[in-house]
Design a protein around this ligand. Structure first.
Ligand code: NAD
Length: 498
């Protein structure tokens, strides 16, 4: 049995807590590895190691820091297939989808190749008589990222690439459910030339998270996961004076207008609803057809597509989606389907009893589709995070908009229409952070920023893009006066530039 330790000081070290978590291969249901769960002392050791390494890294010129990422990107391309296979086997998503997981992280590494430009400060010559003013963006020191199971390559890279490029040292606490790829990424960063101690990985659970939150030398925490934990991390981080950005769960709506191209809409909907077994924070989990005619046309085309979804092992490239991450999560999702039936929603496609021949112990379920879901139901209000799509019928556009606006989550949303006016109105009024117009999963590219609203995101800056540079640096502004005015005597009035 493989054991996964921690990555501290440029190499893997064994865990000393004696506590381990199981790492499954969801497609077979077998335990393939044991991951060490860190103690507070192990987290502290990682922080001390990072503290020692960080000043020299911050003093390294930004082009050199960028070159480490240039090399890292090259190594990711070299190891793409092996990383995707490891990712798929630990997470459950298919290998082609795992490649997308790596790619969307890699693109953030490409973005930070411009760190010399991105981190440049501002300068005003002659802000007053003989006065120049300039600002610098300096790294915070040691910062941390706590990441979820569902994108074990992308989200760690979203966090550590900008932080490290800015001159910080980074402590990564990845999900204990699929730690293999984050550990490989740390090894590759060292191979790419990163000094030891600038990227340390501590594996663990709540104990490690609490140790991070209480550590006085960690200056910022980036979190991604479920909303209750996001809120917990946000409030604890604030209480100990840390900068925090904490992204949570989602319930992403797709509003389908009467004029939408129904074939295109259904294609988009099945991919966005069931891809990665619905375990994406940007998955569409609620379809909102506007008007009865639209709803009937939608169901006519959607039902056969959901019935014929191909569920397969992660290594089958022709599968639409693979197993769920753990048996516990599979049972939780099936329970939600039971709840939906009890609440009176119409279960049009039932994937609960799906079993895959030859993989009977894997964590599989088929796609489920509910019609006639109403906003008071738990299956509408709560995040299910599985291959379960709810259809909520709206009588008009205003009702569809209101549904998205009134929901507790505000991560992603989409509208499918041919009407530019409706799309424009929707984009302006919807209370959600990321909006797709005829695009089902509107994940912004690396040079824009990613973040949800309401209970999908706590904190005021988004992930990656220019916001990440702001989050992982602090501004210092210098006001300098050199000429003779210095000798003119004391000033007791607040300086102004009148
Ligand atoms: P999770 O909240 O269970 O775990 C996230 C992280 O928090 C993990 O590292 C985990 O070890 C840690 N953690 C778990 N319980 C904890 C506790 N009680 N105290 C302290 N730390 C704890 O989330 P998950 O199941 O790994 O991931 C799925 C969730 O993440 C979904 O809700 C999904 O919507 C969300 N997600 C959000 C985004 C986004 O950008 N908004 C992106 C991806 C996933």
């Amino acid at each position: 049995m493989r054991t996964v330790g921690h990555f501290i000081g440029g190499r893997e070290v064994e865990g000393s807590s004696g506590r381990y978590g199981d790492v499954y291969e969801p497609m077979t249901g077998e335990v393939k590895a044991k991951v060490a769960l860190a103690t507070r002392d192990e987290v502290r050791a990682a922080v001390e190691n990072a503290l020692e390494a960080q000043p020299a890294w911050a003093a390294t010129n930004p082009q050199r820091r960028a070159r480490v990422f240039m090399k890292f990107i090259e190594l990711l391309h070299r190891d793409y297939d092996a990383l995707a296979e490891l990712l798929a086997r630990e997470h459950g998503k298919t290998v082609p989808d795992a490649k997308g997981d790596i790619q969307r992280g890699l693109e953030v590494c490409e973005f930070v190749l411009g760190i010399a430009h991105l981190q440049k400060g501002e300068y005003t010559e002659g802000a007053g008589p003989g006065i120049d003013m300039y600002s610098m963006r300096q790294p915070l020191g040691v910062v941390a990222g706590i990441t979820p199971f569902n994108f074990p390559a992308m989200i760690p890279m979203w966090k550590f690439a900008p932080a490290i490029a800015c001159g910080n040292a980074f402590i990564l606490k990845p999900s204990e459910r699929d730690p293999g790829v984050p550990m490989r990424l740390a090894e590759l960063m060292i191979e790419a030339g990163l000094p030891a101690g600038i990227l340390n990985v501590v594996n663990g659970d709540k104990e490690a998270v609490d140790a991070i939150l209480e550590d006085p030398d960690i200056k910022a925490v980036g979190f991604v996961g479920s909303s209750d934990i996001a809120h917990y991390v946000y409030s604890r981080a604030a209480a100990t004076g840390k900068r925090a950005q904490c992204f949570g769960g989602a319930k992403n709506h797709m509003i389908i207008m009467p004029d939408a191209d129904m074939d295109q809409t259904v294609d988009a909907l099945v991919g966005a609803g069931y891809g990665s077994a619905g375990e994406r924070c940007m998955a569409v989990s609620v379809a909102v057809p506007v008007g009865k005619g639209t709803a009937d046309r939608l169901m006519e085309k959607l039902v056969p597509r959901v019935e014929s979804l191909k569920v397969g092992p992660s290594t089958d490239p022709s599968a639409d989606f693979g197993p769920m991450v753990t048996r516990a999560h599979l049972e939780k999702v099936k329970k939600y389907v039971d709840i939906g039936v009890q609440e009176g929603a119409k279960l049009v496609v039932d994937g609960r009893n799906f079993s895959l021949q030859g993989y009977e112990n894997g964590f599989y379920m088929g796609g489920c589709l509910f019609d006639d879901v109403t906003p008071d139901m738990r299956i509408y209000k709560e995040e299910i995070f599985g291959p379960v799509l709810s259809v909520v019928r709206a009588k008009d556009y205003e009702e569809g908009l209101r549904l998205a606006n009134d929901h507790q989550y505000g991560n992603g949303v989409a509208i499918f229409t041919r009407d530019g006016d409706a799309a424009r109105d929707f984009a302006a009024k919807v209370q959600v952070g990321m909006v797709g117009i005829n695009v089902p999963i509107p994940v912004p590219l690396a040079y824009h920023t990613f973040g949800g609203w309401k209970r999908s995101g706590f904190g005021d800056l988004n992930q990656h893009g220019p916001h990440a540079i702001l989050f992982y640096t602090k501004t210092k502004t210098v006001t300098a006066r050199w000429p003779s005015g210095v000798k003119e005597g004391a000033e007791f009035v607040i300086p102004t530039m009148q």
